[in-house]
Design a protein around this ligand. Sequence first.
Ligand code: HEC
Ligand code: HEC
Length: 204
Amino acid sequence: MYLRDCAVCHGARAGGTPSGPSLRGVGAASVDYWVSTGRMPLSSPHETPRRHKPKYKPALEHALVQYVARLGGGGPAIPDVVVTPALVPPGGVQYRLNCAACHSWAGTGGALLHVQAPPLKPATPTQIAEAVRTGPGNMPAFGRAALTPKQLNGVVAYVRYLDHPVDRGGNPLWYLGPFAEGAVIWILGIGVVLLVIRVIGTRS
Ligand code: HEC
Ligand code: HEC
């Protein structure tokens, strides 16, 4: 399967070609992330990798990942993710510190200078952990010194919590963030002031 679907761009021994980078030493986590999110195989080297329906069934995908990981050796293994509710609050702290700048505080993704960060909702817990450890595309990789395995579990728990957050502050205003909240206050506030002026003002 590797020779049929991947070697044309990545080389028969995964050493890379002008159409695709070397896969030696990228690690099972990276291969699993790119294949399980349907970003690979690309249909042409000029296509931008995007999330698609995965091309392979899980068992076949697992075999492919093991094969590619062994061609190079090294690199991060697929992380074991264990998520418990108690990890959500510390995970939120790490998320706001490390991820919110690009993926937005609600995980809806966003555009930042030249970096387009995707929404996190479609990613499985394993894919979240793989993305964090391997840093796909323009995302930085976070090693164990930046996020311990426990902190990584917390980040994953928090990203999943964001699917159904508890909105203690009232109406979340479509999770658009502080700008929307500011705009609502501004429009409502100025509106009320104008109304009051209309009521108490006199025309001469
Ligand atoms: C048409 C060419 C093409 C084909 C076919 C292709 N790839 Fe890729 N692959 C690329 C390119 C180009 C990139 C770099 C993408 C980027 O960084 O935006 C890439 C990146 C990757 C990466 C990330 C490497 C890294 O440095 O982290 C992995 C892993 C990968 N491909 C695996 C595969 C596997 C497995 C297959 C077969 C199922 C496959 N690719 C098929 C062109 C291809
Ligand atoms: C500098 C901006 C930046 C930061 C910081 C960042 N990311 Fe990303 N992230 C990206 C970009 C860009 C991509 C898209 C990568 C690609 O081309 O596939 C991405 C992809 C992802 C994906 C894959 C989503 C999918 O489509 O499957 C996940 C999950 C993810 N990031 C989680 C995180 C988490 C968790 C953190 C914090 C620990 C984080 N990211 C920090 C920019 C960032």
